[in-house]
Design a protein around this ligand. Structure first.
Ligand code: ATP
Length: 275
């Protein structure tokens, strides 16, 4: 009798299960055979990537190479054509994730007070009022919030709104936090503040973070790994490790290892843009 493979939605005889290639130990996200076309043109074709656990990975590459689409596909916001994305061997639906959008003005529910926006993921999980209050206090302390969270989002400054968006994304302690150019709509002062807060949260929690950035200095400053992509159809140009100790500070910017990683990233970027 032929072997029968049971798959969701049906039973097909003689269909071998595709061999899943796990990543090296310490991998959080495995992407295998990812394929995505837009309007008949390939963006990703048979793309494989391992994203390590408890690290910050910055995604950098030429304009339109698919940085946002990559994190959006991993986060389940954009459907994939084919392939497999697993989180520690689990599917997305069994994984807690948080997402920080570039456009914070459209990220929050305008009819809810800021505090209720931030608590929303906890309420969705059915947490008790005491649990919600405790977590909110922790978040307020770790983000050093000085503004009134009972205000509506539109009553806050851009930096305050983005701070609140990040607090919401972290509220239920996600395993992975996605950030799509979180600083690009902020002024310099707010960028520095939020960047330091993210670094502090990372040092406290070790939450895996995937950051899309257009600013190479910022991408390297926060990263354990810089993922450099090619032009489309997009492949990995190179993955650079950057392991200076945290907290990284203004002094980090003049360290030889920081400058070398930035220079190497820029050279790879320029090579790919000219190709
Ligand atoms: N919904 C869509 N329909 C058609 N094409 C799309 C769609 N979303 C993205 N694209 C195309 O896919 C490519 C990758 O887009 P994406 O925004 O992911 O790139 P990016 O690297 O983040 O871009 P940028 O550097 O400009 O921020 C672009 O050519 C874009 O025009």
């Amino acid at each position: 009798m032929s072997a029968v493979l049971s798959v969701p939605g049906g039973v097909y005889p003689d269909v071998p299960a595709p061999a899943h290639k796990p990543g090296p130990s310490g991998t959080q996200i495995t992407i295998r055979g990812l394929t995505k076309y837009f309007a008949g043109w390939p963006l990703y074709e048979n793309f494989d990537l391992d994203i390590p656990k408890h690290k910050i990975v910055s995604v950098f590459g030429p304009n339109g190479c698919g940085k946002s689409t990559l994190i959006n596909m991993i986060a389940g916001l954009v459907p994939i054509d084919s392939g497999e994305i697993l989180f520690d061997g689990k599917s997305l639906k069994d994984t807690k994730i948080g997402y920080v959008f570039q456009n914070y003005r459209e990220a929050m529910f305008p009819w809810m007070r800021t505090i209720d926006n931030i608590a929303y993921p906890l309420k969705l999980e059915g947490r008790s009022k005491a649990e919600v209050d405790r977590r909110m206090q922790e978040l307020v302390a770790s983000f050093d919030v000085k503004f009134d969270l009972r205000r509506y989002p539109y009553e806050l400054s851009g930096g305050q709104q983005q701070t609140a968006s990040i607090m919401r994304a972290l509220a239920n302690n996600p395993e992975v936090l996605f950030l799509d150019e979180p600083f690009s709509a902020l002024d310099f002062e707010m960028t520095l503040f939020i960047r330091e807060k993210l670094q502090e949260v990372f040092m406290q929690t070790g939450t895996t973070m995937l950051l899309v950035s257009h600013d190479l200095e910022e991408a390297v400053y926060l990263a354990d790994q810089v993922l450099l992509l090619t032009k489309r159809p997009t492949r990995i140009a190179e993955i650079l490790a950057y392991d200076d100790a945290r907290p990284r500070t203004v002094e980090t910017l003049s360290e030889a290892s920081f400058i070398a990683t930035k220079k190497q990233s820029l050279e790879i970027f320029q090579r790919e843009v000219r190709r």
